[in-house]
Design a protein around this ligand. Structure first.
Ligand code: PBG
Length: 345
């Protein structure tokens, strides 16, 4: 029996660029992009990060023109990570709440330069400021155990203090990335008590213990002491960040953070966790952010450098995947270049 000519021809909607654009259901727009960037102390510093070609760490004076570039390209958000020298680190991560640290300084200057036109976000976590490199303060070993643990409840006031310092300096959004239980409630209470009831909390609600953070830890100087060998804990973050094989844990984390008052929630990493992103999109009505992390950036750039992928279409497709999976906003080290180039817009 012959089938005859096809009745349905989906190709009709792909005939011309205008037609394809007309029927798209997701788009990339610069206003949905957030540019994560690293701030160092001092003056006139713009240091390349070896593991992230194209990414630099800036002192505040050198950061300002980069923020102007992001703003001119239509990017509406920046996420600031502070990086301090080893001499400034201690077991409690005290420098995290220094009002004259690189992040508060950058916030004050960015607020003065851009007013309300740029959403200023900050990463709230101790790992860049502790000498042991963990995201919280340490507790004694379990009875009979040999290794120190990361203390949950003792870390919470440290994080709340850091968030308040950022709010005082002008942060619109504070983003806890430490994965301590109860941190959203602790930040909310701390911010409200200090009079910052309008400062929003973007929770890194669903943050997996991922190998894809490796290049970031070079950039931020925040690798946990002992490297990545999980047989020699406390050497990694698996007792607080989520197990990559646990998908329902995402539901638990999002529900808790929403109940604690998170204004936005994040899924991180993004590309290897698109299923989780979709799941979170369906589980909450809060805005959902996706973080295309350092290892995702490094993989794409390595493939481009090797001549096996074309940067613009490959990066565009990777960002579109996040929008398709349900992300409202996307944090990406490619944000400024993508916005400037109009990639996929
Ligand atoms: C701090 C933090 C990390 C990232 C964002 N905030 C590193 C980590 O948890 O080890 C990773 C970002 C990236 O890889 O681009 N806790």
């Amino acid at each position: 029996m012959s089938a005859g000519p096809p009745l349905h021809r989906p190709r009709r909607l792909r005939t011309t660029p205008a037609m394809r654009e007309l029927v798209r259901d997701v788009r990339l727009h610069p206003a949905n992009l957030v540019w994560p960037t690293f701030v160092v102390p001092g003056e006139d510093r713009a240091e390349p990060v070896a593991s992230l070609p194209g990414v630099q760490r800036y002192s505040v004076d050198r950061l300002l023109p980069e923020l102007a570039r992001a703003h001119a390209a239509g990017v509406r958000g920046v996420m600031l990570f502070g990086v301090v020298g080893d001499g400034a680190k201690d077991p409690l991560g005290s420098a995290a709440s220094d009002p004259d640290g690189p992040v508060p300084r950058a916030l004050r200057e960015a607020r003065a330069a851009f007013g309300d036109d740029l959403v200023l976000m900050t990463d709230v976590c101790l790992c860049g400021y502790t000498d042991h490199g963990h995201c919280g303060v340490l507790a004694p070993p379990r009875p009979g155990g040999a290794v120190a643990r990361v203390a949950n409840d003792a870390t919470l006031p440290r994080l709340a203090e850091m968030a308040v310092r950022h709010a005082e300096a002008g942060a619109d959004v504070v983003a806890p990335s430490d994965m301590m239980d109860g941190r959203v409630a602790a930040l909310r209470a701390g911010l409200d008590a200090a009079g910052f009831e309008d400062t929003a909390v973007l929770s890194y609600a669903v943050k997996y213990a991922s190998a894809f953070y490796g290049p970031f830890r070079d950039a931020a100087g925040s690798a946990p002491q002992g490297g990545h060998d999980h047989h020699a804990a406390p050497d990694d973050r698996r007792t607080y960040q989520m197990d990559p094989a646990a998908s329902r844990a995402a539901d638990v984390e999002v529900a808790l953070d929403a109940a604690e008052g998170a204004d936005l929630v994040m899924v991180k990493p993004a590309g290897p966790y698109l299923d989780v992103l979709r799941r979170v999109r369906e589980a909450t009505s809060l805005p959902v952010a996706a973080y295309q992390v350092s290892g995702e950036y490094a993989m794409l750039e390595a493939a481009v450098a090797a001549g096996v992928l074309a940067r613009v279409p490959a990066v565009t497709e990777s960002l579109l995947a996040m929008r398709r999976a349900g992300a409202d906003l996307i944090l990406s080290y490619h944000a400024v270049a993508a916005a400037e180039g109009g990639w996929g817009a």
